[in-house]
Design a protein around this ligand. Structure first.
Ligand SMILES: NC(=O)c1ccc[n+]([C@@H]2O[C@H](COP(=O)([O-])OP(=O)(O)OC[C@H]3O[C@@H](n4cnc5c(N)ncnc54)[C@H](OP(=O)(O)O)[C@@H]3O)[C@@H](O)[C@H]2O)c1
Length: 222
């Protein structure tokens, strides 16, 4: 919640008087949170510690939003270094670790709290870049695209596993949003995107589980 879409979503949920726990690596956070815990997605120890801290403060989580993510730029790699024949092994694995393994483990370790939630919902923030049916551009960030496609597969499998427990899980493309990751020429400003996402999340039911949707609730092609 220290920056980007996660921060704005947290601010809007607080405005709507929800009890919100955020995570941050920097300690920076918006005002009004019920709590904010340190979380490094690339460390299972950190994920377990964050889940334990939240578990000491609440019995149940109604909504889990896996929002934090990274692209090649986050690891200092420019467009020319991020294609399938350019990206180095360390960067590729770091992006998969952050965008796939991390959220999967966050869901796993928060599941006891989510199971006790009211009409519980899990949202994995994915991307249109993970859509296999999209025609790729030569300069696309290969690890990022592959990671979001993998996140979608983990999400589909998780949604099937969680269906009997009445937990809905969707994958959500937030739009191309003006953040550090999206850059200044993005289609949507942060507030427009986050407000639409909150509206969409509020309307989700078990009928939506396993869907890949956009910020406005419409289906996104796989
Ligand atoms: N913006 C877009 O146009 C767009 C489009 C499609 C999908 N998305 C997805 O939307 C989500 C949010 O993106 P954004 O635009 O808000 O990005 P952003 O402004 O770059 O923020 C990324 C956030 O993720 C955190 N993060 C990165 N690596 C982490 C790690 N290893 N452990 C814990 N936290 C980590 C960052 O923390 P630090 O500040 O500590 O680095 C930061 O808070 C991501 O999943 C992204 O893939 C964004």
């Amino acid at each position: 919640v220290n920056r980007g879409i996660g921060r704005r979503l947290a601010e809007l949920f607080v405005e709507r008087r929800h009890r919100v726990w955020g995570t941050s690596r920097t300690g920076d956070r918006p005002d009004g949170l019920a709590g904010c815990v340190h979380l490094e997605l690339r460390s299972e120890r950190s994920i377990i510690a964050a889940a334990e801290t939240i578990g000491h403060e609440t019995d149940a989580v109604d909504l889990l939003v896996n929002c934090a993510g990274a692209d090649a730029g986050s690891y200092g790699v420019g467009d020319s270094g991020s294609g399938p024949f350019d990206v180095d092994r360390e960067t590729f694995n770091a992006i998969l670790d952050t965008n796939v393994t991390g959220p999967m483990l966050v869901t796993r370790h928060l599941l006891p709290l989510v199971r006790r939630g009211t009409n519980p919902v899990i949202v994995d923030v994915s991307s249109q870049m993970g859509s296999i049916s999209r025609v790729p551009h030569p300069n696309d960030d290969c690890a990022y695209c592959a990671s979001k496609a993998a996140l979608n597969m983990v999400g589909v499998m998780s949604s099937a596993a969680l269906r009997p427990a009445g937990i809905a899980l969707v994958m959500l493309h937030p739009g191309w949003v003006a953040t550090d990751m999206g850059g200044p020429s993005a289609d949507l400003d942060l507030n427009t995107a986050a407000s639409a996402i909150i509206e969409t999340i509020g309307s989700l039911t078990m009928a939506d589980t396993g869907r890949f949707i956009r910020w406005d609730g419409h289906d996104h092609p796989w």
